[in-house]
Structures are given as structure tokens and as C-alpha cells.
Design a protein around this ligand. Structure first.
Ligand SMILES: [Zn+2]
Length: 300
């Protein structure tokens, strides 16, 4: 027989601690379902397309690939919109955006760009990582029995000025979708020179509509709080800026985002934005923030 002190000195104590903690905390049990392996597959798959420039003639193949990925989780609605060039492209939506209990909309753009976007734009960090986080968050949250609807939307046309998200925001306003929070995920896996560099929690501070600021700030603070509880990431706050939450904010919806600071990377918006250099642990940790914040917001 070994004494308690001896037992605690072995690895067995650490191995036993985590399951009982997760069992007592339903949010811990959810965030522990995040699969880094699934996210790696998604990011490598998306960045294997030579380019995901929305105007490229082969972009419909990208749409089809992302749509198939989303169909693993449920029925996908293809929402057509027109680019300024006249080309028809599609946003891809998973879940019921009219859920009368209220909707949490998690969005990420799946298009990409670079210095030579018609031939080489892998867009691994910008923004295959956001798509991977969005899909893992939706997979886990949609099976969690929450009291609100969780909807995932993959946008095209972001890099030319939020054309896809603007179309969805117009539709959401016209049809009065009960969106209680729009969470935008754009760049999550940059490996910063300082490993302790914070993940940026973005929440709306003014912009077009003032009445939605308080809800966004409260959700942003919730995200920072759950980051402390459920991840190893530091966080900092900024305003929302230059991504797909902007049209939703302008349409009056509360809007927040997560972002890794990666515009500082020399690979940003270049043909060198490849998967091999990414930090997939940061992607998974960011996904845990989204899941924990949504779960707590809905009262789990
Ligand atoms: Zn982006």
C-alpha cells in the first residue's frame, strides 16, 4: 500500500485530477473536446488550394470543398451574393439563423489574398485558422444542448471589402434574425516572436451604431475572463476593425472578434502565409475561448 503523500508525488495524481474537474464543470468538459488534429486537417486542406481569391475562376471549387466540410455537421445554406465584378459567389451557413431562442453567429472568411493572388494565396493563417476555429466551435457547441442557437457562417469576398459578410448582414437585418452576438474569427495561429504575446479580444467601441456597444463590451470581458479560466493565453482588448464584423456592427448587431496580432508577420497577405509555420496550439486555445464564452453566455 502506498501512502497519500507518495501517491500525490507520482504522475497518477495529475492524470486523475483533470477528468474529475471536467466532470464538475460542464464548460471544462466542452472545451476539452477541441481537436487540434481536426483543425490541422482543415487548415492544411484549405491552404492546399493554390489560391482562394474570390474572383478566381476556380473559386467555386473552394466553395464546394468548404460546403462539404460544413455538411459533416448539418445542412448548409448557400447564400448567393454578387461581387463588384458581377461574379456570383456564396457565403455558407450552418444552423438556423431564425432560432427564436436567440442566435450566436460565429463567422470567418474562407477567401484569401496575397501579392500574387491569382496564382498563389495559401491564406493559412488568414484565414484558414479562423475557419478551423469556427467549425470546431460549432461542432462542439451545437451538440451541447444550449438554450440558444449557434450558427456558423463562412464568408467569401472579405479581402475585397467584406462583400460576403455585407450581404449576410443585410439579409440578417431584413429578415430580423435574432442575433445576440456576432463573433468574428480572423487570424488565430500566428507564432509571435514573444510566445506570451496576447490574443486580441476585439469588441465594438462606437463605430456606426452606439446602442450595441455595451453588449459587445460585456461579451468581450466575458471572453477575457474565460481565457484566464480555460486557456493558457493572455488577452488584450482593442476595437473591432477591418474584418467581417464591421457590416454586422453597422446593421446594429453586437459584434466582437478574436485576432492573433498577425498583421505584424512578414508573411501576412503574402504567398508565404503557409500552414507549416503556424502555432496550432494557439488556434485550439482561441477556439476554447469561443466555446467557453458562448456556453457561459447561454447560461450553461
Ligand atoms: Zn482575414
Amino acid at each position: 500500500m502506498i501512502g497519500r503523500r507518495t501517491f500525490l508525488a507520482t504522475g497518477a495524481a495529475a492524470a486523475l485530477a483533470r477528468p474529475s474537474w471536467a466532470q464538475d464543470d460542464p464548460i471544462a468538459a466542452l472545451v476539452d473536446q477541441v481537436s487540434q488534429e481536426i483543425q490541422v486537417q482543415i487548415v492544411y486542406g484549405l491552404s492546399a488550394f493554390p489560391t482562394r481569391h474570390t474572383e478566381h475562376r476556380d473559386f467555386p471549387q473552394v466553395e464546394a470543398w468548404v460546403s462539404q466540410l460544413m455538411e459533416l455537421q448539418g445542412d448548409v445554406t448557400r447564400l448567393a451574393f454578387e461581387m463588384p465584378s458581377g461574379k456570383t459567389r456564396h457565403n455558407l451557413l450552418l444552423g438556423d439563423p431564425t432560432d427564436p431562442r436567440g442566435v450566436i453567429l460565429i463567422g470567418a472568411h474562407y477567401d484569401s489574398t496575397s501579392e500574387d493572388p491569382m496564382s498563389a494565396a495559401p491564406g493559412a493563417n488568414d484565414n484558414a485558422t479562423g475557419v478551423a476555429a469556427m467549425l470546431e466551435a460549432h461542432r462542439i457547441l451545437s451538440g451541447a444542448g444550449l438554450d440558444k442557437g449557434v450558427v456558423a457562417v463562412a464568408f467569401a469576398g472579405e479581402e475585397q471589402g467584406f462583400h460576403g459578410s455585407a450581404a449576410v448582414a443585410r439579409e440578417a437585418r431584413a429578415a430580423d434574425w435574432p442575433i445576440e452576438m456576432m463573433i468574428n474569427l480572423d487570424m488565430l495561429g500566428w507564432r509571435p516572436p514573444d510566445p506570451s504575446a496576447p490574443m486580441v479580444v476585439e469588441y465594438d467601441m462606437g463605430n456606426v451604431v452606439p446602442g450595441n456597444d455595451a453588449a459587445a463590451e460585456a461579451f468581450g470581458r466575458l471572453m477575457a475572463g474565460v481565457a484566464t479560466e480555460y486557456t493558457t493565453l493572455n488577452t488584450t482588448h482593442t476595437d473591432i476593425w477591418s474584418s467581417d464584423y464591421m457590416p454586422f456592427e453597422a446593421a446594429g448587431f453586437p459584434a466582437v472578434g478574436l485576432y492573433d496580432g498577425g498583421v505584424e508577420s512578414p508573411r501576412y497577405n503574402t504567398s508565404r502565409d503557409v500552414a507549416d509555420v503556424l502555432d496550432f496550439d494557439r488556434v485550439a486555445q482561441a477556439t476554447r475561448i469561443v466555446i467557453a464564452a458562448v456556453a457561459r453566455f447561454t447560461g450553461l
